[in-house]
Structure formats: structure tokens, C-alpha cells
Ligand binder design. Structure first.
Ligand code: ZN
Length: 214
């Protein structure tokens, strides 16, 4: 049904609402700067970067994907993420993108996991890059909307876990750079729990890259 509606309704820019395009050139220009180092309140223990602040067209696009099922924004947001990763990655090494986990119920309601979708779009335009959706959120974690920094941390403590690295991939994973990707970085609680969960199963996370930092 959504696909049918997508075909019938004229596209509107996910950042500013301009008709006739999913993502206009002006909105695209806000995400073309080099990633900026950000320091969330809860230190995730690895460097964090953002493509931009959680404001304006980038914020609206992230929300449009998350809340309104705008899957068509995965490609432009993924492209921006890929450009950022190109600046951050070490030359000559494979890159593994691990999407931050989302609540599955929430993801289903929102028409698929937007972070996973965006990561996949980013990986498509990068050499030697793969997406490994290794993180899971245990049942019981609440949606973090409206929680304070401390509440977020407690809500997530021990609730994110990582799937073990398959034996066949161990040497590749050991050599690759591992970057956790997410749409928004707020308190750093999700990023920190994600990095720790990945470390427990043997991933060495180099950093976190998000589309927007709140
Ligand atoms: Zn626009």
C-alpha cells in the first residue's frame, strides 16, 4: 500500500517539503561538510563524529524516515554517511558498519529499520565495506524518547547484546575497521552500550558516526 502511495503521490523533499524531489540540492548541502567530532555526556569510550547538528533539514529527514516511513531518504542520507566514512576510514582496510540497534516493534511500525537501511545504502557506494547488523536490543528496553540521560543509561544497561562473529569471518573482522552508525546521537548511552556489547564478542570498534548530534 505504501509503495502504491509512493508512486501516486508526488515526491516532496524530506528536508524542506519542496515538491518534485525526495531530497533537494539545498538540503543535501547541509550534510556535505566533513564529520565533526562530538562529545556526548556519556562517554562511549571511542571517538564519535556527526555529519551535522540535529536541526533543520537533516533532523526533518531523520524524523521522516523514523516516524513517517520515508524509505526513499535512505539513499541520500546513506550517500552523506558514505562521504563522511570516506574521510574517516583508514586506507587499505575493509570497513564494517554496525547499525545501532532499534526496538524491533518500533522498527516494524516505522516501516523497517531506518538506520539499517541507511547503512546499507552507504555501504553500496563504498569499496570493501559491508554492513553487519550484529546488535540486538533485549526485550524490555523502552523506547528512549522522552527519557533523561540517566534514565536512558539505566534503560539500556546490559540490554544491548552483539551476535558472535562467525568463525568464517573472524580474520576479516579482525583486519577491518568497525564503525557503529546511528541516525542521532543524544546522550551517548546507546553508542556506549553498543561499543561495549561489540567488544564483549571480539569486535574492536574504532568509532561512532551518526547523521546528527543532538
Ligand atoms: Zn529540501
Amino acid at each position: 500500500m505504501r509503495t502504491l502511495l509512493d508512486l501516486m503521490l508526488p515526491a516532496r523533499c524530506g528536508g524542506c517539503g519542496t515538491a518534485g524531489t525526495a531530497w533537494c540540492a539545498e538540503c543535501a548541502s547541509v550534510l556535505t561538510r566533513p564529520p565533526v567530532r562530538v562529545r556526548p555526556r556519556t562517554d562511549p569510550g571511542v571517538p564519535c563524529w556527526a555529519l551535522g547538528p540535529y536541526a533543520g533539514p537533516a533532523r526533518r529527514a531523520v524524523l521522516a524516515m523514523k516516524e513517517h516511513g520515508r524509505r526513499d531518504l535512505a539513499r541520500p542520507l546513506g550517500g552523506a554517511l558514505a562521504a563522511g566514512l570516506t574521510r574517516l576510514r583508514a586506507p587499505g582496510r575493509p570497513l564494517i558498519l554496525v547499525p545501532a540497534p532499534s526496538r524491533r516493534v518500533a522498527a516494524r511500525r516505522r516501516g523497517g529499520d531506518p538506520v539499517l537501511r541507511t547503512a546499507r545504502a552507504a555501504a553500496e557506494s563504498l569499496d570493501d565495506c559491508r554492513v553487519v547488523p550484529a546488535l540486538r536490543l533485549w526485550w524490555g528496553a523502552r523506547d528512549s524518547v522522552g527519557l533523561t540521560s540517566g534514565e536512558r543509561r539505566r534503560n539500556l544497561e546490559g540490554r544491548i547484546h552483539a551476535l558472535p562473529i562467525p568463525g568464517s569471518r573472524a580474520s576479516y573482522t579482525g583486519f577491518a575497521e568497525v564503525i557503529v552508525v546511528d541516525d542521532v546521537l543524544t546522550t551517548g548511552a546507546t553508542a556506549g552500550e553498543s561499543v561495549r556489547a561489540l567488544a564483549r564478542v571480539g569486535y574492536s570498534v574504532r568509532g561512532v558516526l551518526v547523521t546528527c548530534a543532538a
